[in-house]
Design a protein around this ligand. Structure first.
Ligand SMILES: NC(=O)C1=CN([C@@H]2O[C@H](COP(=O)(O)OP(=O)(O)OC[C@H]3O[C@@H](n4cnc5c(N)ncnc54)[C@H](OP(=O)(O)O)[C@@H]3O)[C@@H](O)[C@H]2O)C=CC1
Ligand SMILES: O=C(O)[C@@H]1CCC=N1
Length: 276
């Protein structure tokens, strides 16, 4: 018995590729029972395939795969899934990372190949590529506890995993998980722009803004105090930080109502993608 996992990745783009790299780094895949399907494999993937022996677009699927991670665009599921086929497919657990697409709809698409598909939804984010990811997950009715725990073990190679009570959580919190990385990165860009408006050249602005965020992230990681307390430690009464925060934390026009609007918009888009 091996504790390595048998996994097929469908779609090695930004997200699928990042997840695959985290699994390889963790050494969790059984190369003899794993594979990647993707139409135009990038050089890094070809290199990893050579290194690990995990085949890309294999012609022989052996005995099949225990877990299939579906990382194509949500709009492609109806085209791609019916074309999938390997031995013992009814025993495979399908893990979709697509935004919005509900478990019930994925089950319906898979029913063209399998009588009772086992489907898990995950909402990862790009920092899985550096082991600092966050993945929200929820399982369909047909998924057993053992299957869910195998999927969780796979996703946990890449960072924190939160099991939600139901899949609405994945849509509701997409702005603070999957899409959240982009919202945080826009803050870095905004700080760069602001430094340049005061005269910094692009390289200096980037160096300052990036290091401020890397430093803040490292503080959050190494110190148990919440962000609000760490922020208080930076803020001298009547000083420069308080002056900046008076603008950024304005109740009506500051960052909090703006962030709420952004996160609400991401949730609304997830529901649209789900056809709700
Ligand atoms: N990017 C992110 O941060 C996150 C993305 N997601 C979800 O991940 C999924 C993928 O998004 P993302 O990685 O950004 O998109 P990408 O376009 O980067 O990746 C999609 C990949 O699927 C490949 N592909 C296309 N057709 C097929 C096929 N028939 N069989 C197998 N693979 C195929 C594409 O190949 P090619 O490019 O050669 O056509 C591409 O490599 C989406 O459903 C998205 O909602 C979830 C959380 C975060
Ligand atoms: O933008 C998207 O739809 C995907 C899902 C979350 C992050 N990227």
């Amino acid at each position: 018995m091996t504790d390595k996992l048998s996994v097929i990745l469908i779609g090695a783009g930004n997200m699928g590729g990042a997840m695959f790299q985290s699994w390889v780094r963790a050494g969790i895949l059984d190369p003899a029972r794993s594979a990647v399907i993707t139409p135009n494999p990038k050089p890094w993937l070809l290199d990893l395939s050579d290194e690990t022996g995990i085949p890309i677009n294999p012609v022989d699927d052996g005995e099949g795969y225990d877990i299939a991670v579906l990382a194509v665009k949500p709009q492609m599921f109806a085209d791609v899934l019916p074309g999938l086929s390997w031995p013992n497919m009814e025993k495979t657990v399908f893990v979709s990372v697509a935004a919005g697409l509900p478990i019930g709809e994925i089950e319906n698409i898979l029913k063209s190949n399998i009588a009772e598909p086992h489907v898990v939804r995950g909402m990862p984010n790009l920092p899985v590529s550096v082991g600092e990811g966050l993945t929200l997950m929820a399982s369909g009715q047909a998924v057993s506890d053992a299957e869910q725990s195998n999927v969780k073990r796979l996703l946990a190679c890449a960072g924190d995993v939160i099991v939600m009570d139901d899949e609405d959580g994945l849509d509701r919190y997409v702005g603070t998980s999957g899409s959240g990385t982009a919202l945080a990165l826009l803050l870095v860009e905004a700080m760069e722009d602001a430094a340049m408006s005061l005269g910094a050249d692009e390289a200096a602005a980037r160096r300052m803004a990036e290091q401020v965020f890397v430093g803040a992230a490292a503080l959050l990681k190494s110190d148990d105090r919440p962000a609000s307390e760490l922020r208080a430690a930076v803020t001298s009464k009547g000083g420069t930080t308080a002056a900046g925060l008076a603008v950024l934390d304005d109740e009506k026009n500051g960052l909090r109502p703006l962030m709420k609007r952004a996160v609400d918009a991401a949730y609304a888009r997830a529901r649209e993608l789900a056809g709700k």
